[in-house]
Design a protein around this ligand. Structure first.
Ligand SMILES: [Ca+2]
Length: 278
């Protein structure tokens, strides 16, 4: 082996080592920005704005559900929390129940002949009779806060601002399981108002104009819909923190007989019927 050949081998080895080290560092940097799992990015669901309906601008929407041709809504704020039943087309209120001033109303769901409502920091759920709108019972929440509420026909499902969704047996009102909502980056917090639609849980994410589509078996966010432009389309003023001015997107309802999805926001002047193209 001559000197020249040895030099070539040493040089090649040095280059190869340098190259490998460089690639390793590069790979490490890339991995730091990569999702925790090797799954594709969560797909976006395009939406179409179809119709607009009236909505009370003093309604700080916390729970929304469409049942048998009527809209049911729970609103928040101490001393201003109500449960309403009203006509979608006109907004005419048919029934209302004012929560005790000690309660800050949050999620609502109608299941059978009962309306379930949860409260924010009072660790209390309320049960109203769907027909009479009278309070028939209360139950304890096992979490320190209550946010959104829906049902899958078997369980009540609620959120508390954390990444968890809690499933309650309506017979005992005790937690039977919980799932963690996760996307490709990990746990997803601020899960807010909920709606069970065709086997999936759709959720507002507080402080965003995004709706998440969640697999209730795994907690996985399988798609999301970015509705940030819907305000402009519907003529809704930009987000404001002034009292009674439109705040965040919050409130999803589903008319399963006619496959219609409705969304609104806190103090929004309108309920919007949308189509999600998924
Ligand atoms: Ca809902």
């Amino acid at each position: 082996m001559n000197k020249l050949y040895i030099c070539i081998i040493l040089l090649s080895s040095a280059l190869a080592f340098g190259s490998c080290k460089g690639e390793a560092e590069q790979e490490q940097q890339v991995n730091a920005d990569q999702p925790e799992t090797n799954v594709a990015l969560t797909p976006n669901i395009p939406y179409t704005l179809l119709k607009q309906y009236p909505h009370k601008t003093d309604a700080y929407t916390q729970g929304l559900q469409y049942v048998d041709g009527y809209m049911y809504e729970c609103t928040g704020h101490y001393g201003e929390s109500y449960v309403y039943k009203y006509e979608l087309e006109t907004g005419k209120i048919l029934e209302e129940y004012k929560l005790d001033d000690k309660y800050f109303g949050e999620g609502l769901t109608v299941m059978g002949d009962k309306i379930y409502v949860i409260t924010w920091r009072e660790k209390t759920g309320l049960i109203l009779d769907k027909k009479t709108f009278k309070l028939t019972g209360t139950f304890a929440l096992e979490t320190s806060e209550g946010w959104g509420l829906t049902n899958d026909s078997t369980h009540l499902v609620y959120s508390d601002g954390t990444p968890y969704l809690y499933f309650l047996d309506p017979a005992t009102l005790k937690q039977v399981k919980r799932i963690e909502v996760r996307d490709q980056y990990g746990a997803v917090s601020n899960i807010n108002e909920l709606e069970y639609i065709n086997g999936y849980i759709y959720a507002n994410q507080y402080e965003t104009d995004t709706i998440l589509k969640i697999d209730p078996k795994t907690g996985r966010v399988i798609a999301r819909s970015d509705l940030r432009n819907i305000r402009t389309q519907a003529g809704i003023p930009p987000r404001s923190y002034n009292e009674d001015m439109p705040e965040v997107l919050n409130g999803i309802a589903y008319d399963k007989e006619n496959n219609r999805i409705f969304v609104t926001g806190k103090n929004w002047p309108k309920i919007l019927e949308i189509k999600l193209d998924n």
